[in-house]
Design a protein around this ligand. Structure first.
Ligand code: PGA
Length: 233
């Protein structure tokens, strides 16, 4: 299983360091073999003394250059970061990233051998139109994306379930992941208000290979509890 924590705009350099130290201790103590990935804010990147995988929540599709406020490959390389989130709904819907920009990022970071957690998800009004409309919307989010890239992981995250406390039902997740599985060979994650109370039922869905957790991952105890639950499955 893959269990990823997206810190978004939370945690400081200091608190990230403490989090990773505690998490590293927990993973060793319990002999966890799940793949755990942490996406801290950029300011917290460091060369931590751990095997826990660090990922970038976002980066620009350049090695370096004049792109005020962005970071590129050179800055990620400094910390050995080789995993990146691309297409997260907050970048699509709040920061206005278009499919064109997203596909440029995908091309650049895949060319550079990154593991890419590629996020897709439909807004509420599309979900209300039924599964056909949902799938049509989701497939469009694969425009100019190489679905056969060998370091691809796809995260299905319904926009209406992110940070809202609303989780898609097991039936909705199951149906959507099954339909994605028809064309996508890569591991499939679910994200959207995953928490201690629901991670078990989500991880037991047939085509679910892991979770991308936001809110419930920010507190170390809750994140470790989720990993413990995953271990029992
Ligand atoms: P959430 O965020 O768990 O707070 O819903 C998930 C995500 O945005 O990846």
């Amino acid at each position: 299983m893959i269990i990823a924590a997206n810190f978004k705009t939370n945690h400081t350099r200091k608190s990230t360091k403490e989090f990773i130290k505690e998490l590293d201790y927990f993973l060793r103590l319990h002999d966890i073999d799940d793949t755990v990935v942490i996406f801290p804010p950029n300011t917290a990147y460091d060369n931590f003394d751990t095997d826990i995988k660090l990922g970038a929540q976002n980066a620009y599709h350049v090695e370096k250059g004049s792109f005020t406020g962005e970071i590129g490959l050179e800055q990620l390389n400094e910390f050995g970061i080789k995993t990146i989130l691309i297409g997260h709904s907050e970048r699509r819907h709040i920061l206005g990233e278009t499919q064109e920009l997203i596909s440029k990022k995908f091309k650049f970071f895949s060319k550079n051998g990154f593991e890419i957690i590629y996020c897709i998800g439909e807004p509420k009004e599309i979900r209300e139109q039924g599964i056909e409309a949902v799938m049509e919307y989701l497939w469009k989010q694969f425009d100019n994306i190489d679905i056969n890239y060998d370091r691809l992981i796809v995260a299905y995250e319904p926009v209406w379930a992110i940070g809202t406390g609303l989780t898609a039902t097991v039936t909705q997740i199951d149906e959507t992941l099954n339909l994605l599985r028809d064309r996508i060979k890569a591991p499939l994650l679910y994200g959207g208000s995953v928490k201690v109370a629901n991670i078990k039922e989500i991880l037991t869905i047939r085509n679910c290979n892991g979770v991308l957790v936001g809110t419930a991952s920010w507190e170390i105890k809750s994140f470790c509890d989720m990993i413990s639950i995953s271990k029992t499955l």
